[in-house]
Design a protein around this ligand. Structure first.
Ligand SMILES: Nc1ncnc2c1ncn2[C@@H]1O[C@H](COP(=O)(O)OP(=O)(O)O)[C@@H](O)[C@H]1O
Ligand SMILES: [Mg+2]
Length: 259
């Protein structure tokens, strides 16, 4: 386990891995509620980095600052070497197409079929389409990857909770993002469905070579998907390490997450 003063990354072979995402000294308060007090992270190419923290500790606030839904008070956010505060709107929008989100809940459009839900991001970001690709092919490919081609003409109301989440993941994958942000991907799902989603996240990492930031307080999820874990406590990185390093920690605050 590494303390805040001694954060190192695991050695992943000889080649230096590039940094996909970097947050430095991020601060965000709501009035007297100091949520983030200097949070840092680096997400390396191809890795799954898990952020764990108690409910209300600022995990969603951190991700919202990252994607621009909230304005941080201070700190810097770099996405693939671009500091987002220095970009104009057009460049920022382009950069955002490299990032997929899977938010708490699935956020599918209830009045659209599965097919229409998946077509939606493609129509919005036409520049992401290669000439050889057509929308229909991409929709099928994305559905195949989550095992739900047969659901293509269903409405969201006809899907189970687990299916909805898989469709939401397919919709994220359709733009072939380099980075995926997952906010509580298994919350509200039964254990078996959770397992399916966790397995899917692993497959996505392998097949699409994505780098992912995963917020979860599901210990099983963290164990299976993470290369590295950061514990967020009192708005800062309290501890960082592999699952096994943190799970065997003697620190009371760390132990509390893994009991
Ligand atoms: N838009 C907002 N306005 C005011 N307070 C907020 C807002 N969003 C989040 N908060 C507060 O920030 C803290 C962290 O929330 P959040 O990041 O959602 O926690 P979690 O770690 O469970 O995702 C909470 O105290 C929450 O009430
Ligand atoms: Mg949250």
């Amino acid at each position: 386990m590494h303390t805040k003063q001694n954060i190192q990354r695991p050695s992943n072979g000889t080649r230096e891995k590039s940094i996909m995402l970097e947050i430095k000294d991020l601060k965000k308060s709501f009035g007297d509620n100091h949520v983030l007090n200097g949070f840092n992270l680096k997400l390396f190419e191809g890795e799954n980095l898990v952020i764990m923290g108690k409910s209300g500790s600022g995990k969603s606030v951190m991700i919202k600052c990252l994607v621009g839904l909230l304005q941080a008070d201070s700190g810097t956010i770099k996405i693939m070497d671009h500091e987002i505060n220095t970009l104009n709107q057009t460049d920022l929008d382009t950069l955002r197409t490299e990032i997929g989100f899977l938010f708490q809940g699935s956020a599918l459009y209830d009045s659209m079929t599965v097919r229409e839900n998946l077509e939606f991001p493609l129509r919005r970001h036409k520049s992401k389409l290669n000439n050889a690709e057509n929308i229909d092919k991409l929709v099928h490919e994305a559905l195949e990857n989550v095992g739900l081609v047969h659901a293509i003409d269903l409405m969201p109301a006809e899907l189970s909770g687990g299916m909805k989440r898989r469709i939401a993941l397919a919709r994220t994958l359709i733009l072939k993002p380099k980075i995926i942000l997952y906010d509580e991907p298994t919350s509200g799902l039964d254990p078996i469905t959770s397992k399916e989603i966790i397995e899917l996240m692993r497959n996505v990492q392998k097949q699409y070579k994505t780098s992912s930031l995963i917020i979860t307080h599901d210990v099983d999820c963290a164990r299976v998907v993470s290369e590295r874990i950061i514990l967020l406590v009192d708005g800062v990185n309290y501890a960082e390490g592999t699952f096994n390093e943190l799970a065997s920690s003697t620190d009371a605050q760390v132990k509390a997450f893994f009991k």
